[in-house]
Write a protein that binds this ligand. Structure first.
Ligand code: MG
Length: 396
C-alpha cells in the first residue's frame, strides 16, 4: 500500500496562559506562588501552576498539511517536550500519518523495557497521537469523529466543574448561575470546601434544588472506611458520584468504596492506558470512568472506552487544563460513545482559551458543540503563540 503522506517535521511549544483566579479558586492562607510559578494546595498537598500550562505539538507533513496535538503540561512541561524532541520526533520523521494506531504502538514499545508505561512518557505519546489523527483527518477531509467510527450527536451534555470562589455563599451563587444558564450537573472540590464537605454539599443542594446532579471530587484524600462514611452522609443530599475517594495506589480501597454501593465511584483522570484501567475494571472499582485525552491520546482513549463498554460503565471524560486542542479531540471521541452521560466542563479554562483557537467548538445552554471541520476542527490562532514560554526563561 502506498503512503498517503509522510511526516516531515515535529515541533513542540510550552504554552503558559495567565489566569486571574488560580485553578480551584483563590489561594488560601499559607498557599503562595513560588519562584518557578507553582503553588501547593494545602487541602490535598498537590502542586499547581499559577498559569494555565500546556504543551502543543505541531506535525508538518511532506504535503504541507499540519496536524495539531496537545498534551498535559501543568507541571514541568519541558519533561514532555524533551521526550518528544529528543526521542519521538526523529523516529516519527517519514512515517505515514494514515497509521496512527500502529505508530502509537511502536512508540509505546520504544521505552517499555525501561518501565516507562505511564507518566510523562505517555503524556508525550498522547500529544503526538492527537496531532497525527488531526493530520489524517485533514488529509482525508473528515472530522476525527468520523475516523473513530461515527458521531452520535453534535451536542454533548456538559457538567460544570469547579466553583472557583472564595466563600461557600459565592460558590452556591455561582452554581445557581450555571443552572440558570441551562446546565444540569455541577461538581465541587472537597479540597477547597473550607467549611466541610458535607456542609458544602448540603448548601449546594439547597441552592440548586432537587433536579440538578451534584458530584463531589474527593481528591484522593480518604481511607476507604472514611470515604464510605463521608459518602453516606453526602448521599443524603443525593450525590451523583464520588470522584477519586482514595489514593490511586489503593486499588483495594477504591474497590471497597465502590462495593459499599452508596454512590458511584468515578475514577481515571490520572490513568493513561488501557493497561492501567484494566485491573480497576476487573476489581469493579469504578462506577464511572473519567479518561482525560490529554493523558491518553486518541488510541488509548478509545481502547479504554471500548473496555468500559464491556463492563457496562459510563464514560464522563475528564477535562482539566487544555488550551483547546485536546479538548476538541476529547469532544470528537466522546461524541462517538453510546454511554457518555456528561463531558466535564472546566468553564474557567475552556471559556477563556476558546478565543485562542479557530473553529465552531463551543459550550453553552448545558452542552458542548463538537467541532465540525476536518481533523480536530480547531487550530491554534496566532494569538496562542504570544503565550509560548521561552525555554531559557522558564519559570523566571
Ligand atoms: Mg478530579
Amino acid at each position: 500500500m502506498s503512503a498517503l503522506d509522510a511526516i516531515r517535521k515535529v515541533e513542540t511549544f510550552v504554552i503558559s496562559i495567565p489566569r486571574e483566579i488560580p485553578y480551584l479558586g483563590p489561594l488560601r492562607p499559607a498557599e503562595t506562588v513560588n519562584s518557578r510559578g507553582y503553588f501547593v494546595r494545602q487541602g490535598n498537598g498537590t502542586i499547581y501552576p499559577s498559569s494555565d500550562m500546556s504543551v502543543l505539538i505541531k506535525i508538518t507533513a511532506e504535503s504541507g498539511l499540519i496536524g495539531w496535538g496537545e498534551t498535559y503540561g501543568v507541571a514541568a512541561p519541558e519533561a514532555v517536550t524533551s521526550i518528544i524532541d529528543e526521542l519521538l520526533s526523529p523516529v516519527l520523521i517519514g512515517r505515514d500519518p494514515a497509521a496512527p494506531r500502529i505508530i502509537h504502538e511502536d512508540l509505546y514499545d520504544l521505552m517499555r523495557v525501561r518501565g516507562f508505561f505511564g507518566g510523562y512518557y505517555l503524556d508525550a505519546l498522547a500529544g503526538v497521537d492527537i496531532a497525527i489523527w488531526d493530520l489524517l483527518g485533514k488529509l482525508l477531509r473528515v472530522p476525527l469523529s468520523t475516523l473513530l467510527g461515527g458521531r452520535r450527536r453534535d451536542v454533548l451534555p456538559a457538567y460544570v466543574s469547579g466553583l472557583p470562589k472564595a466563600t461557600l455563599r459565592e460558590r452556591c451563587d455561582l452554581a445557581v448561575a450555571w443552572v440558570a444558564r441551562g446546565y444540569r450537573a455541577v461538581k465541587f472540590a472537597a479540597v477547597v470546601s473550607d467549611e466541610g464537605v458535607v456542609r458544602e454539599m448540603a448548601a449546594l443542594r439547597e441552592a440548586v434544588g432537587s433536579d440538578v446532579r451534584i458530584m463531589a471530587d474527593l481528591h484522593w484524600k480518604y481511607s476507604a472506611p472514611d470515604a464510605i462514611r463521608l459518602i453516606r452522609r453526602l448521599a443524603e443530599y443525593d450525590l451523583a458520584f464520588a470522584e477519586a475517594p482514595c489514593q490511586p495506589e489503593d486499588l483495594e480501597g477504591q474497590a471497597a468504596v465502590a462495593r459499599a454501593g452508596v454512590a458511584p465511584v468515578a475514577l481515571g483522570e490520572e490513568l493513561r492506558t488501557a493497561f492501567e484501567y484494566r485491573p480497576r475494571f476487573e476489581a469493579r472499582a469504578m462506577g464511572v470512568i473519567q479518561p482525560e485525552i490529554g493523558h491518553t491520546g486518541v488510541v488509548e482513549f478509545m481502547q479504554i472506552c471500548d473496555m468500559a463498554r464491556t463492563f457496562h460503565v459510563p464514560v464522563m471524560p475528564h477535562a482539566s487544563i487544555s488550551c483547546g486542542i485536546f479538548m476538541a479531540a476529547s469532544l470528537h471521541a466522546a461524541s462517538t460513545l453510546q454511554n457518555m452521560p456528561f463531558h466535564e466542563y472546566q468553564h474557567s479554562i475552556f471559556d477563556k482559551n476558546l478565543a485562542l483557537v479557530t473553529g465552531d467548538m463551543a459550550c453553552g445552554n448545558g452542552g458542548y458543540t463538537v467541532p465540525s471541520g476536518p481533523g480536530l476542527g480547531v487550530e491554534p490562532r496566532d494569538e496562542m503563540f504570544q503565550y509560548v514560554r521561552s525555554r531559557t526563561l522558564a519559570g523566571s
